[in-house]
Design a protein around this ligand. Structure first.
Ligand SMILES: *Cc1c(COP(=O)(O)O)cnc(C)c1O
Length: 382
């Protein structure tokens, strides 16, 4: 057995990130400023989008995206129940209804074929979530959205660096929301970022993230005549600090290395797990490149001889950390009480949830760590 506990995920922070943060701390400017601007420019260049707006979280990115797309009380927004709760919480906060649509059994992404059945006269938007970093079937989703005059906001919290039909996620023209939380493919400690091509919406997002003020903080304090600002709309306090952005600049510069590491580890997992009956890995279509944010496996408990919960416990006893992505939102008490969802509503999601477990995956891991995970599974099913 391992001597030390293998954590589910740890961020990969080098001396470069530390130096950049220290430089920023000594620079005399800590809130949103030149570092944030640089991070935004680099992020836009990386994804191929015209604009990138850095924010305090991925959740704030989703929330402001819904606002600039005009989502209001009484509207309906279609998304997957197999996501992190913030995807639906932000819809609820605007007084709109999250309408869930079941997932595909092989990719665990929203099933486009089921979207039209959920569309009503109140439907305004679709939020596809690129589960685990594997892009959704965007060609189908964009066609449905166009046919029904709906906007599309991509929840790309898992998908920094993922590609769909040869193009980076975030560069397809939709408002695309990324998270920079510590477990995500790159981190700013806490943070989020929206990419988009629409200039008017980019300007409005910049105002909304900072109280609705017509000028950024750094513009207000830099010049003698810049004390004046106007408020045309009540905004929020969702800006990213330059301290966080400093981390992001270095992390983004390392994205190729970090994502390659994740892919190599995922490939090794797939190869090793193929010898264990009862464990199924994700199938990746040939027209996408996954960013491998997480490594979920689905276990057939009859074939494996253990339930998902038993496996998690057995791995924990053998010093292997795991996680579950996700507890379906229609099974959460709040969404059941508020929107009358119930068990049985989304059978594919429920079937996948019953057997899903995410194994450790982060760039600092080694093949030896994966061997430990595999040996622990073999030992547990003995
Ligand atoms: C992490 C995550 C979010 C929220 O991002 P935060 O930066 O933590 O607010 C939203 N959606 C999904 C699918 C996520 O995994």
């Amino acid at each position: 057995m391992r001597k030390s506990y293998l954590k589910f995920s740890i961020p990969d922070i080098t001396q470069k990130e530390i130096d950049e943060v220290v430089t920023t701390l000594k620079s005399g400017w800590l809130t949103t400023g030149k570092k944030t601007q640089l991070f935004e420019k680099n992020f836009a260049d990386y994804t191929g989008a015209k604009y990138a707006i850095a924010l305090s979280s991925g959740t704030a990115a989703l929330f402001l995206s819904l606002i600039v797309e005009g989502i209001q009380a009484g509207d309906e927004v279609i998304t997957t129940p197999f996501t992190f709760v913030s995807t639906a919480n932000v819809v609820h906060h605007l007084g709109a209804k999250p309408v869930f649509v079941d997932i595909e059994p092989d990719t665990y992404n929203i099933d486009p074929e089921k979207i039209p059945l959920a569309i009503t006269s109140k439907t305004k938007a679709i939020i596809p979530v690129h589960y685990s970093g594997q892009p959704c079937n965007m060609q189908r989703i964009m066609k449905i959205a166009a046919d029904h005059n709906l906007c599309v906001i991509e929840d790309a919290a898992h998908a920094i660096g993922a590609e769909y039909q040869g193009k980076k996620v975030g560069g397809q023209g939709n408002l695309t929301c990324f998270s920079l939380f510590p477990t995500k493919n790159i981190t700013t400690g806490e943070g989020g970022i929206i990419t988009l091509n629409d200039k008017e919406k980019a300007i409005r997002l910049k105002k909304l993230r900072l109280h609705g003020m017509s000028k950024d903080g750094w513009k207000r304090y830099d010049q003698a005549e810049s004390w004046y600002y106007e408020i045309h709309e009540a905004g929020y306090k969702f800006n990213l600090s330059d301290i966080n952005a400093a981390l992001g600049v270095i992390q983004l510069g390392r994205i190729k290395e970090l994502n390659q590491k994740r892919k190599d580890l995922a490939d090794y997992y797939i190869q090793q797990l193929s010898h264990i009956p009862g464990i199924q890995t994700l199938s990746i279509p040939s027209n996408v490149i996954s960013s491998w944010h997480i490594f979920p496996v689905w276990i057939d408990s009859k074939e494996l001889g253990l339930t998902r919960n038993q496996l998690i416990k057995a791995l924990w006893k053998r010093k292997i950390g795991t996680s579950v992505h996700f507890i379906p939102l229609h099974l959460q008490p709040f969404y059941q009480k508020e929107y009358q969802y119930k068990k049985g509503d989304f059978p594919i999601t429920e079937k996948i949830f019953a057997g899903i477990v995410s194994l450790p995956l982060f760039p600092k891991m080694t093949n030896k760590d994966i061997d430990d995970v595999i040996n622990a599974i073999r030992d547990a099913v003995k």
